[in-house]
Design a binder for this molecule. Structure first.
Ligand SMILES: [Fe+2]
Length: 589
């Protein structure tokens, strides 16, 4: 490919040689992928892998010394810091005691016997060891040394400087545990830090004689209400969920409200359908201004800040340190500063079960009792935002087919739940439906009778009627019972997890409990079409419930001997229910 500079002489990085795939083809709409320091016009036309290569090339020409990472020297325009907001400023210094925070638990591939413990360190451990003491009671008894993953982030800025940051994440896998059993743990370091004891639980085994009722919760598009402390001086609203003055209640901490509701629901586990921390607020409509290091960001600052993850992981700790959280990835999780198609940061921070297609870390499956859950990576199939479209080479779709088939053939599995980011069926003005998701997966969901699909991306709550072959099969109003074997799959959009809300199409009104429309038909929605990035208008008969505020989904599963049931309830940030369906499936013997 010939080197070109599409931004011409005014381009801030004009000294760099830039390769472009196809100057006429925009893969990524403005603001829908994190801005990691590439000129925006260039990033719009590059895949994640190409953007990462651009980063490597830029950083080879603009090296940052390690000293500047650690001490924040003004030299080379680097901001150096190792910091985690919960520890306070004192702990950023390398001589401060090593501490541990931002604790999380999750499942391994065999959720009934494998737990994954993760946390963040206050600084470079420099040879000090980090441990998890754990056991079946608060007496603990076992100790496992943590693996420490060092995440290096370097973000070019407009004046040739680099925002350089280093974060340290600790991970401990614990296997061979009994099913549906409490497990207690605490974090500890060599130099005297001892965390408090918390407990979590392994999943209910998938065997008829082990089943009991259980609950899980779900949201998408979360972000955080908190403002990062690094780089210093960030005003509220640049990186957090509080930037949107036109909200229904601009002063309400929606993300925190929802988290409180989730905690109060006491779920056995929680799933998040992508767009996790929003370490770049692109999509907020802010100006794409590169900010020189050591300069107060002007209004309009809009680029990647790895320290957003610190406040995010701190904000969910109250739930995630005891309730297993399982993550899918959305478009805002494609972070081009890192390897592995933009997922290298997640591989350092999070634990994925690792039993999906090799190319897709956030695609995996686990079972909890009589429910099989699949996390899918919709970035691989999206027609709307195509930085990673096709990156698995079809491997994910083949894995979805074989995995669904295996779960459906298992007589101990009743319900199959898939969660992912972009929507097969939604009607918002901003993103609506993604034809790529439909083309890749909906026929597989039909064939293997997937019961429930949980999506994010659109910052509303929306619920379809049961769908087969792209069309609704019956009207399922509030409190209806659905028989997924014959009725089809119901699709939920729950991008209502905290980011400022979206709107529906012109003339399209909300319809939910206590405020139901007699006719919910939408004549003017659209679907992203055939890999061209273009929208095609469509009339929609499947949109049954619409709520343009903050909400999460609570799923109550009641395994039975002849018939198993599952209630799926939408709940707003104040605990008010706005929709409920009951799913029934005969138990096979
Ligand atoms: Fe999204």
């Amino acid at each position: 490919m010939p080197p070109v500079s599409p931004l011409g002489a005014r381009h801030e990085h004009e000294c760099d040689t830039i390769d472009v795939v196809d100057a006429d083809e925009r893969l990524n709409p403005d603001g829908d992928i994190p801005d990691t320091g590439l000129p925006r016009e260039l990033a719009a036309r590059m895949t994640m892998a190409e953007q990462y290569d651009w980063h490597r090339g830029y950083l080879r020409r603009h090296p940052v010394s390690r000293r500047n990472f650690l001490f924040g020297s003004a030299a080379a325009a680097a901001i150096g810091a190792v910091g985690i907001s919960p520890f306070g400023a004192r702990a950023y210094a390398q001589e401060a005691p090593l501490t541990v925070a931002n604790r999380r638990v999750g499942y391994g591939a065999d959720a009934s016997s494998q737990l994954r413990f993760a946390a963040q360190l206050s600084r470079n451990p420099k040879g000090q060891r980090v441990f998890v003491d754990h056991g079946p009671t608060a007496e603990l008894g076992a100790t496992t040394q943590a693996e420490v993953r060092n995440l290096v982030t370097q973000i070019p800025d407009s004046r040739g400087g680099v925002l350089a940051a280093e974060q340290f994440y600790a991970h401990v896998p614990v296997d061979s545990l009994p099913g549906h059993a409490s497990h207690f743990y605490r974090w500890r370091t060599d130099d005297g830090f001892v965390g408090d004891v918390r407990s979590t639980s392994t999943a209910m085994p998938t065997a008829r004689n082990a089943l009991a009722p259980f609950r899980f919760t779900m949201i998408g598009d979360q972000g955080t209400d908190d403002t990062p402390v690094l780089p210093p001086g960030l005003p509220a609203g640049l990186y957090d969920d509080a930037y949107y003055a036109g909200d229904n209640d601009p002063t309400a901490p929606h993300t925190a409200n929802l988290l409180d509701q989730i905690i109060a629901s006491r779920p056995d586990f929680h799933v998040l359908a992508g767009d996790i921390a929003y370490a770049d607020p692109s999509g907020a409509g802010l100006k794409p201004t590169f900010v020189p290091t050591k300069t107060d960001p002007p209004k309009g600052f809009d680029k990647y800040n790895p320290f957003v993850w610190d406040v995010y992981l701190g904000s969910i700790e109250a739930s995630a340190s005891t309730t297993p959280w399982m993550f899918a990835t959305g478009n805002h999780d494609m972070e081009a500063a890192y390897s592995d198609h933009g997922y290298g940061g997640h591989l350092a921070r999070l634990d994925f079960p690792g039993n999906g297609p090799a190319a897709c870390p956030s695609a995996y499956s686990f079972t909890y009792g009589n429910v099989a859950v699949l996390s899918l990576d919709a970035n691989d199939v999206s027609y709307e935002i195509r930085a990673n479209t096709g990156y698995s080479g079809g491997a994910q779709n083949r894995w979805v087919d074989t995995t669904l088939a295996a779960h459906r053939a298992n007589p101990n599995i009743d319900f199959i739940v898939c969660f992912f980011h972009h929507c097969a069926y939604s009607t918002t003005k901003q993103h609506a439906s993604d034809g790529g998701v439909r083309a890749a997966w909906t026929a597989l969901f039909d064939r293997h009778q997937v019961d429930l699909v949980l999506q994010g991306h659109n910052h509303v709550f929306e619920r379809t009627d049961p769908i087969r072959a792209g069309a609704p099969t019956t009207v399922a109003s509030d409190n209806a019972t659905v028989y997924p074997e014959t009725d089809g799959t119901v699709y939920y959009t729950v991008g209502s997890g905290g980011r400022p809300r979206y709107s529906f199409q012109d003339g399209e009104r909300e319809s939910y409990r206590g405020s139901e429309l007699p006719d919910t038909f939408v004549p003017n929605s659209y679907v992203w079409d055939a890999a061209s990035g273009a929208k095609t208008t469509e009339a929609v008969a499947w949109s049954r419930v619409r709520f343009a505020n903050y909400a999460f989904v609570r799923v109550d599963v009641r395994p039975g001997t002849l018939m198993s049931e599952m209630d799926v309830t939408a709940v707003d940030e104040y605990g008010r229910e706005l929709d409920k369906l009951t799913y029934r499936r005969p138990v096979r013997t």
